[in-house]
Design a protein around this ligand. Structure first.
Ligand code: G6P
Length: 609
């Protein structure tokens, strides 16, 4: 989604704000803007349609400086991407404001403001917030009081940051339903929608809570509640090494992140060499909760939802525990009947996805025996609000198409399967076998990465295609779904996944020379069935691409291309085959010339509904 960076310092901050935006750009990249207060020249603003580099160019051409400022990179919700709709929005030539989220009552507020004489320069929901703030300032409120009165009128979700020329060293902010952190410096303070934007200037952060308002100046940070009551929020020092946002030898973050998977998996598994270690990864409170679990309900979105679908097979087949999986945006609005003893499991790379968070928050008292989040971002909203936390150690994931976050989520879910399975008489030998397989996983992923150039060659067949079908059976069906999602996200080829057995119930009708069919890890029986299906369409040009165990005995033949995959334990196949499909979509997108890391219309972290 959109990204916010703000600074109140005693030094020039335009470069700090631009660097912050570069680090956040993967979240939204429709337009970008920056506003600074300059003692001589007042409020200075640059806004540009397009990516942050357009804003940088504007700043190079017509530089302006200041020590207090706000900046924003936008993913359009209300109003198309354009310079007018770009943030910051201003009012009365005195204040500027940036916003993440969606204001649901913006139409009523807009009408009210127009009725009292405000002119709207954009069609955004955000602009009404700027005018409301102005109205309260004109009526004599201080900047902080004006923010408090403004947010009291807002329905929906927001993270806000605002500056006003009458308060040249101050930034005020507020959060509800959208993240905002304070970066604490020495003689300077910052705000951002994600701590990663500020890791260049500080490693100390205050995580604002829902409903918090904040005022920062170079020397102070003051947090208060919606009611104006001053509150203390702890300052936390981030321990990990600086997240690398450098590309290094890679051309794209997606490729870098695909190749980081062996290390990310090792880090996520670190120390888990016994079943007890595995269980300890879920925290001290886990045992008490796991003892009472009889069912699991998983909620997630996008790629994380696919991790949940894979986990359902593991939990039911290996741990013998019933499991349901649902996309969070459906789950949150549905009347449901929950079994007793159900653990709610949220899977989310960012820990901020609005629908997943809402699914957790909407759970009624007593509906679940507890909540667990598998997340990649410490201190994110889901991490703070769930009872149990498993942190994947994938490191910062910048590419919009999720790769290493997904495979580390799968590891987390296999570890959950072990922790719950041991309580349901899972044989010790099976437990040890899975732990050994997990230890060996990075090795198999490395072997798969060695197939990069073979996959690149295979990918060429997809370049002229407009559609693709992905088939999987059993636990490989969600992997086929993930393969199709990756391909459509970044290459814009229309791709769908089906359980292989469904091919003849409809999708077969679509197979012609414009429709490559990708089969994921088929067993003998499946491949034979596929081949006989394809016989029927071979004359019409149907072509099959098979990702199969190199020891399974499949061979390339006319219109059937086999990619021999490493021979690995069955339980690891969903993870290992995913890596090959990631490489396939990357190479297709690369050759099609799309923006691999920032595909059109998408955003990394969807913090609005
Ligand atoms: C967006 C991203 C996906 C991600 C999904 C869920 O759609 O582009 O890559 O899978 O959100 O995000 P989460 O952070 O909850 O895993």
């Amino acid at each position: 989604m959109c990204g916010i960076v703000a600074a109140a310092a005693r030094r020039e901050v335009s470069e700090i704000l631009l660097e912050g935006l570069r680090r956040l750009e993967y979240r939204g990249y429709d337009s970008a803007g920056m506003a600074l207060i300059n003692e001589q020249r007042g409020l200075q603003i640059h806004k540009r349609n397009g990516k942050v580099k357009e804003l940088e160019a504007a700043q190079l051409q017509e530089p302006f400086y200041g020590s207090t400022g706000i900046a924003h990179t936008r993913w359009a919700t209300h109003g198309k991407p354009s310079q007018e709709n770009a943030h910051p929005h201003t009012s009365g030539q005195r204040l500027a404001l940036v916003h993440n989220g969606i204001i649901e009552n913006h139409a009523a507020l807009r009408k009210e403001l127009i009725d009292v004489g405000y002119e709207m320069a954009s069609v955004t929901d955000t602009e009404v917030i700027a005018h409301l703030l102005h109205q309260h300032l004109q009526a004599g409120a201080s900047l902080m009081q004006a923010m408090q009165k403004t947010v009291a009128r807002l329905e929906g979700a927001y993270a806000l940051a605002a500056i006003d020329v009458e308060y040249p060293d101050t930034v005020v902010g507020a959060r509800k339903g959208s993240p905002l952190v304070v970066g604490v410096g020495i003689g300077e303070n910052f705000l951002a929608s994600d701590q990663m934007a500020l890791r260049q200037v500080t490693d100390r952060f205050i995580y604002l809570e829902e409903g918090d308002l904040v005022e920062i100046t170079p020397g102070a940070v003051q947090v208060c509640t919606l009611e104006g009551e001053s509150v203390e929020r702890p300052t936390k020092r981030i321990q990990e090494a600086l997240e690398t946002s450098e590309l290094g030898d890679f051309d794209h973050y997606m490729m870098k992140e695909i190749f980081e998977q062996p290390v990310a998996l090792e880090a996520t598994l670190a120390g888990a060499t016994t079943v007890q270690d595995v269980e300890d990864s879920f925290g001290n409170a886990a045992a008490g909760v796991f003892d009472r679990v009889t069912n699991v309900q998983i909620v997630a979105c996008g790629t994380s939802y696919h991790a949940g679908m894979v986990a359902r097979y593991w939990l039911e087949e290996i741990a013998g525990i019933s499991c349901e999986v649902e996309v969070a945006s459906e789950f949150r609005y549905r009347k449901r009947v929950q079994h007793e003893g159900t653990l709610l499991v949220a899977i989310s790379q960012s820990g901020e996805t609005a629908d997943t968070l809402a699914a957790l928050r909407n759970a009624t008292e007593g509906e679940f025996i507890g909540s667990l989040v598998v997340a990649n971002v410490d201190n994110s909203s889901l991490v703070r609000e769930c009872d149990l936390v498993f942190l994947t150690r994938a490191g910062a994931e910048i590419g919009v198409a999720s790769t290493k976050a997904f495979t580390t989520q799968l590891v987390a879910m296999l570890m959950l399967t072990l922790a719950l399975g041991r309580r349901r008489n899972m044989a010790e030998a099976r437990q040890l076998e899975i732990i050994q397989a997990l230890q060996d996983l990075p090795h198999y992923v490395r072997q798969t990465l060695e197939l990069n150039s073979a996959i690149q060659t295979l990918s060429e067949a997809f370049i002229p295609k407009r559609h693709a079908l992905f088939l999987g059976r059993g636990i490989q069906y969600p992997i086929a779904m993930e393969g199709a999602l990756k391909l459509k996200e970044i290459s814009y080829i229309h791709a769908e996944a089906y359980p292989a057995g469904e091919l003849k119930h409809g999708p077969l009708a679509l197979v012609d020379d414009d429709m490559p069919v990708v089969a994921v890890a088929p067993n003998d029986e499946l491949l034979e069935k596929l081949k006989s299906n394809l016989e029927e369409v071979r004359s019409r040009g149907g072509e099959l691409f098979v990702f199969a165990d190199r020891e399974a005995g499949f061979a390339t033949e006319d219109r059937v291309t086999v990619l021999p995959m490493p021979h690995c334990p069955e339980v690891l196949k969903p993870i290992v085959y995913t890596v090959a499909l990631q490489l396939l979509s990357y190479h297709v997108a690369l050759q099609k010339g799309t923006d691999v890391d920032k595909p059109r219309n998408l955003a990394k972290s969807v913090t609005v509904e």
